[in-house]
Design a protein around this ligand. Structure first.
Ligand code: FA5
Length: 357
């Protein structure tokens, strides 16, 4: 390959002149920052004609070098200024494009806000608690992780008592605490209340309870109860009945029938089970209830042993207690055919109670 003839000063001046015009045009023609970077390489890069002129300077006479050096510097300044100017323009455009992409169109119709609301179980619990607050009861919550004494022994269920097998309990594994149990009934909270205050006591304990149960239409392994406890001088079974009737009327209206049947709970004497006529068959018998009635709560007069366990004088004070299942009340209240629907978190079900918008 033949070497190209050495560049003389007049060639160099011509090239500088051409490059100044070509470069300015190439920078103007770039429409993005990437294109501008590519133009910079072709105009000012190592292989660009401008750089060749710079390299040729070394082989020229001192006089040419001096005059050409000045011209090279001027051309470089002009090209760099053109480059910087275009870069500023393109950066400004990019920023504007970003801002425009972010613009909010205030004329668009708004999105409807999806308003959440309370779960049907919370609605029912609030309703029950309201009934009792109107009757003068106060609301107190107890712990869900209980110890054996509060959940069983103080409730007149000693370690070998057959009643322990009535409810299959769930035991958390906490090292060094084999006595802990997830409370099987809110009755455990009664004990804590009686230990912490003197009679008269008029209190309700709402809360979650845990049992080893297979879920079905009327049973869940984790469910909610509201416990009601009244201890005072002269409380009788008639007070219990009157309170239950007032509550049933407030929750279910006059139409639903309520009946009491004898039942056994070690912590009450006598004990009763309260049933409400089924919302589906109204006492005839169907798949929801079996025999026409839905058991809603257990109740009774507080056993003297329980009063004494909590330091109360059972000669002077008497009391009644009952514990009802909130899920059962929700089934009756809303005509829900299966308790599992309450915990399935199916938005279509919950929306019917205003739980999701
Ligand atoms: C008790 O839990 C007693 N503590 C109630 C009581 C309190 C009796 C005070 C006397 C004095 P029982 O296990 O029957 O009793 O449950 C009470 C209510 O909880 C039932 O009537 C029912 O409405 C509800 N219930 C019981 N088991 C379940 C379950 N697996 N799923 C949903 N609700 C249940």
């Amino acid at each position: 390959m033949l070497d190209s003839p050495p560049m003389d000063a007049s060639d160099a001046l011509r090239i500088l002149d051409e490059e100044e015009g070509r470069g300015a045009q190439a920078f103007r023609a770039a429409t993005t920052l990437d294109e501008l970077e590519a133009a910079q390489v072709t105009v000012l890069g190592r292989k660009a004609p401008f750089s060749e002129v710079q390299r040729a300077l070394g082989a020229m006479s001192e006089e040419d070098r001096r005059s050409l050096g000045k011209a090279v510097n001027e051309t470089r300044s002009a090209l760099e200024a053109a480059l910087a100017g275009r870069r500023a323009e393109l950066e400004g455009e990019a920023e504007t494009a970003l801002l425009e992409a972010d613009l909010v169109d205030l004329t668009l119709p708004g999105r409807r806000l999806r308003e959440g609301s309370l779960h049907p179980l919370t609605l029912v619990e609030n309703e029950i608690v309201d009934v009792f607050m109107r009757l003068g009861f106060t609301v107190v919550e107890g712990p869900e992780v209980e110890d054996d004494w509060h959940n069983f022994q103080a409730l007149n269920i000693p370690p070998d008592h057959p009643a322990r097998t009535m409810k299959d309990s769930i035991y958390p594994s906490v090292p060094g605490r084999p006595d802990l149990v997830l409370r099987t009934e809110t009755s455990a909270a009664q004990i804590r209340t009686m230990q912490s205050q003197e009679p008269p006591v008029y209190v309700v304990h709402p809360g979650r309870v845990y049992r080893r149960e297979t879920p079905d239409a009327t049973h869940l392994p984790v469910f909610h109860q509201v416990e009601c406890l009244a201890v005072d001088e002269g409380i009788t079974f008639a007070d219990l009945k009157g309170t239950l009737e007032a509550m049933a009327r407030a929750l279910f209206g006059e139409g639903r029938r309520v009946r009491l049947a004898p039942s056994f709970f070690p912590f009450v004497e006598p004990g009763a089970q309260v049933e409400v006529s089924c919302f589906k068959c109204d006492g005839v018998g169907c798949v929801v209830c079996g025999n026409g009635w839905i058991e809603m709560l257990g109740a009774g007069m507080v056993h003297p042993v329980v009063l004494e366990n909590c330091g109360y004088d059972s000669e002077r004070y008497t009391g009644f207690a009952f514990g009802m299942g909130i899920e059962r009340v929700a089934l009756l209240r809303y005509g829900i055919p299966d308790m599992r629907l309450l915990v399935d978190t199916d938005a279509r079900v919950l929306a019917q109670f205003g739980a999701v918008a």
